[in-house]
Design a protein around this ligand. Structure first.
Ligand code: EPZ
Length: 423
């Protein structure tokens, strides 16, 4: 197991490029199951979660290979005529997004056995909306021995109108993937509008699907008989970009983030401007510079285009250094403040009451050993370590590697004194 050591208090200057989006690559790779043949998916980050999904598809009988050299950002997926429609617990428990194979398996083969994802550090994260949507399309689903046992009695799913009770990103993606091969028209309402949902829809349309309205609350899908293999490059990772933008907004820093899509980051950019950072569009990206102490700003997370919950922890680091108090309200997940205890170890002054964290800004943080609890919390601890005086040791960085491609190698050229060591 690795740990990351950071000698903080060094101003960051320079340019960093973002990788492809984990949360777009996962559903697009899963969507490959919908069509027999050779798929080529580009801009796929080399992350633990992507490797887990690749192992899952291989377990089903697909061949998944990452390119080398110039095409190392691409993944080739060969999907056979028939697969073993099963997602075992040992793979699903390490990555809950594995549930994204359920929709494609039911749509193409009319049966699936997928382990229920267990609990998660940030919340209960049930999949009831996924199951309700698939049942509305005509699937029969029962929970048995920790698995979703699902089949389509009619052999083919049937178009319908379905409204989600709650905006769910992977729920929208799963049901949309199922609907593309269903008979007739499906109208999905109260859908998630995240850019990753739109990117999946774009890939599906390239495969021959008929989808309208992705990126809005109402998605219309006209089912087709079959789909063809896809060649699609996924969108840049807006959360990785956001993490580096927050690094640039820390006092004394100036960082240019290239390869990101500013339109995917508006809610964050608005808050960075509000704390007093300068945010300037530049060729191929955004330049952010932190001036003196940030101003306090209240932040409330919400589904896209609201402030992303996946940026809440990182933004809290900036507010922990503000000249005053800020209120952070987490509305998406019920337990996403695990980083607070660790930030306090670095000298932050934060109290939590239910979904609201009160962040009283301090003049500076001081380095200490800290423990990562989940993916975005670990990114926040790295940012805090960069801002703190002295050495910060971040343990359990396997959380970080799930969503950030070689983060220390990306930060070092900005001047960060950061390295990875065996724990
Ligand atoms: C996606 O998770 C992302 N993961 C998460 O990113 C992200 O935090 C989340 O969307 C919200 O933006 C991927 O795309 C792989 P949800 P997802 O279903 O789809 C509740 C990261 O750091 N809900 O939109 O699992 C749920 O409990 C990860 O990269 C139900 O109640 O999130 C939550 O409170 C972490 N029933 C809320 O809805 C359901 O059936 C939103 O969850 C589904 C969800």
């Amino acid at each position: 197991m690795d740990k990351i050591l950071i000698e903080g208090g060094v101003p960051l200057h320079g340019t960093v490029a973002v990788s492809g989006a984990k949360n777009a690559a996962l559903p697009v790779v899963a969507a490959a199951l919908l069509a027999e043949g050779d798929h080529r998916i580009g801009n796929v980050p080399d992350l633990a979660d992507v490797r887990t999904l690749s192992r899952l598809l291989a377990h089903m009988g697909c061949r998944v290979e990452r390119g080398t050299g110039d095409s190392r950002d691409s993944v080739e997926v060969r999907v056979p005529r028939d697969v073993r429609p099963e997602a075992p617990y040992d793979l699903v428990r390490t990555m809950r997004a594995s549930v994204l194979v359920l929709g494609p398996l039911l749509a193409r083969w009319g049966r699936a056995r997928v382990s229920l994802p267990g609990g998660c550090a940030i919340g209960a994260r049930p999949i009831d909306q996924h199951l309700r949507g698939l049942a509305a399309l005509g699937a029969e689903l029962r929970l048995e021995h920790g698995y979703v046992e699902a089949r389509v009695p009619r052999g083919r799913l049937s178009g319908t109108t379905f409204a989600f009770d709650k905006e769910t990103v992977t729920g929208t993606e799963n049901v949309m993937m199922a609907a593309v091969l269903a008979e007739g028209r499906t109208v999905l309402e109260s859908c998630a509008r995240e850019p990753e949902v739109s990117d999946l829809a774009a890939a599906l349309v390239r495969m021959g699907a008929r989808i309208e309205g992705a990126g809005t609350h109402r998605i219309q899908v006209d089912g087709v008989e079959s789909l063809r293999p896809v060649a699609h490059a996924v969108i840049p990772d807006r959360i990785e970009a956001g993490t580096f933008l927050v690094a640039g907004a820390l006092p004394g820093n100036r960082v240019t983030v290239t390869g990101c899509v500013p339109g995917h980051l508006e809610a964050l950019l608005e808050k960075l401007r509000a704390v007093g950072a300068s945010v300037v569009p530049v060729a191929g990206g955004l330049e952010v510079a932190g001036g003196g102490r940030p101003r306090p700003v209240d932040v409330k997370t919400a589904p896209f285009p609201g402030f992303p919950t996946d940026m809440q922890a990182q933004m809290m680091v900036l507010l922990a250094l503000a000249d005053g108090s800020s209120e952070v309200t987490e509305t998406v997940f019920e337990n996403r403040y695990m980083h607070v205890l660790e930030l306090r170890r670095l000298g932050a002054d934060i109290s939590v009451d239910g979904r609201v964290a009160l962040v009283r800004g301090v003049r500076g943080l001081s380095g200490a050993p800290v423990m990562a609890s989940d993916l975005r919390a670990s990114a926040a601890l790295v940012l805090a370590g960069l801002a703190a005086t002295g050495v910060t040791e971040v343990r359990r960085v396997y959380h970080l590697d799930r969503g950030y491609e070689r983060i220390e190698q990306k930060l070092a050229p900005l001047g960060a004194r950061i390295r990875r060591e065996k724990a």
